[in-house]
Design a protein around this ligand. Structure first.
Ligand code: CU
Length: 439
């Protein structure tokens, strides 16, 4: 039996981990979207059981897609392929019920083997197999999930992400147009859970599952509820929930949010710090023929069950009233005010002169005007560190800015009615030049 982990203890633990990583300059070698890349675009998924942990101390039986012989994972492996690839997914089924996979948004998916089902061929229970093949003709963000008894099987965890990289600039664009250019990309696979369903399945009472009384009390980003969203990817503490979600950037850069509705409820996803621009839905640019010209600035994006949305977020610090980049704090006396334009020094990417190069000194708050906390570096300026009272500071050694990104349905910010938790993470803006832990 697991003991309850208290949130108030766990949040610092996560952030200490972050701080230690930042202080050590440790970098993940892989990109921020963890997933499976295959040279032949052939994947083997195994449907099997496992358990997910929730930060309120819960542990729930799940059915999920494993990567080949690996552990069951929630969500299933993120399959990453290139536009035009002929994709083959071989499904092995170790569960006691038939399962399948459907690939919404993909044309002419052929299934081979297995047994006919309502939506596609299924892998029979207890060791059955089936195979699916399609050509990934259009780039974008897609989902895949079980097409067999999906109201139960998706709830149990049989869902994942499929990313098709474009032929043009596949490492820096989501689609074949510059409007989808990004510096960093992150997955936001949003789902919810009614634990009573999992308990009924675990105790052999699957026939008693009643979808008319569905009432979720747990909410996830990439299979984790906050604050676990912010823990490292592939944490040994979460063996069946390998994916994290903690976006990071430098001022002026662009983050691509790949959002997927992986449950049965709508989730209004909200970015603090700035609006984001929705550029695509369901793997198609919002376009009248010229880039993402039909894209929209959004305070929240409603992420629809079974649907996907891509958005670009950027942040330069404009209109905050100080020079985010610290230019006017340099030794160059000409880099102030109007002279800033004329000094010939190149601007940072995304930097606008309208709000930067403000003459110093700005008025810093005095110590008596501040309530110190673990996130305050001692200065409002990115990257600048100042003195703190004894015992304060330490979680934010690089002086970055943290913005909460979360579901704007407030009840979804809880774990079994305990706030904060659920569909929530923090986005970190580091000073220019500071290495990102989740690049
Ligand atoms: Cu908020």
């Amino acid at each position: 039996m697991r003991t309850n982990r208290r949130l108030i203890k766990q949040i610092p633990t996560v952030l200490i981990t972050v701080a230690v990583f930042l202080a050590c300059g440790a970098l993940h070698a892989e990109g921020a979207i963890e997933g499976v890349v295959s040279a032949t675009s052939t994947f083997t998924l195994t449907a099997r059981t496992g358990y997910v942990s929730t930060p309120d101390g819960g542990s729930y039986l799940m059915w999920g897609y494993a990567n080949g012989p690996g552990p069951m994972q929630y969500p299933g492996p993120t399959l990453i392929v290139n536009q035009g690839a002929v994709v083959t997914v071989n499904l092995n089924n170790e569960l006691t019920v038939p399962v399948s996979i459907v690939f919404p948004g993909q044309k002419a998916v052929r299934s081979t083997g297995g047994i006919p089902g309502l939506m596609t061929n299924e892998a029979p229970a207890g060791g059955g197999t089936v195979s699916y093949t399609f050509t990934a003709s259009q780039p974008g963000t897609y989902t895949y999930y079980s097409g067999t008894n999906p109201d139960l099987q998706i709830e149990m965890g049989l869902v994942g992400a499929l990313i098709v990289r474009p032929a043009t600039n596949p490492g820096t664009q989501a689609y074949n147009h510059a409007d989808s250019q990004f510096d960093h990309e992150y997955l936001f696979l949003l789902s919810e859970m009614d634990p009573r369903i999992h308990d009924l399945v675990a105790t052999g009472n699957m026939a008693q599952v009643d979808n008319t009384t569905y009432f979720p009390v747990l909410w996830f980003i990439n299979g984790r509820a906050a604050p676990d969203t912010m823990a490292e990817a592939n944490s040994p503490l979460l063996p069946n929930q390998p994916y994290n979600c903690m976006p990071m950037m430098h001022p002026g850069e662009k983050i691509l949010l790949r959002m997927i509705g992986a449950g049965r409820d709508f989730h209004p996803y909200h970015t603090h710090g700035n609006h984001h621009r929705v550029i695509a839905r369901d793997g198609r640019l919002l376009s009248s023929g010229s880039g993402a010209d039909l894209g929209e600035q959004a305070f929240t994006t409603t992420v629809i069950p079974g649907s996907t949305a891509d958005a670009i977020f950027s942040w330069t610090g404009e209109k905050l009233g100080w020079d985010m980049y610290g230019h006017s704090n340099t030794v160059d006396p000409n880099r102030i005010g109007a002279n800033c334009v004329a000094d010939g020094v190149a601007l940072e990417p995304g930097e606008s002169l309208a709000d930067h190069c403000k003459p110093f000194p700005v008025v810093l708050p005095s110590q008596q005007e501040l309530t110190f906390g673990q996130f305050y570096s001692g200065s409002p300026f990115l990257g600048a560190l100042g003195g703190l009272p004894p015992g304060e500071g330490g979680f934010n050694p690089n002086g970055g800015f943290f913005y909460m990104w979360h579901s704007h349905a407030e009840k979804e910010l809880t774990n079994n009615d305990i706030f904060p938790g659920g569909m929530l993470t923090m986005m970190l803006i580091e000073a220019p030049g500071v290495p990102l832990m989740n690049p």
